[in-house]
Design a protein around this ligand. Structure first.
Ligand SMILES: [Zn+2]
Length: 80
């Protein structure tokens, strides 16, 4: 993946974006708000397959994108 298609700016080089982590559900057994925040920000599943990630278009529209990406083929499936 060398480029991302930003819905607002079009196809842009990956260097313009900042990785914001994997988007995933926090497990239900984690109930303390601070623990849930920690888990959401720092714990990743790092799946071998399709992952949902957050990317920030830092050198463009300065909006967050949600990207579904196949980590095996390093191929973008969907950008929202
Ligand atoms: Zn953009």
């Amino acid at each position: 993946m060398h480029e991302l298609h930003c819905p607002r700016c079009g196809r842009r080089p990956l260097e313009e974006f900042t990785f914001g982590g994997e988007r995933r559900a926090v497990p239900d057994h984690i109930t303390e708000p601070d623990d849930r925040d920690f888990d959401e920000v720092w714990i990743f599943n790092n799946p071998h397959g399709v992952a949902t990630e957050r990317w920030f278009h830092a050198s463009g529209c300065r909006r967050w994108l949600t990207v579904r990406r196949d980590t095996i083929r390093d191929e973008v499936i969907e950008v929202r």
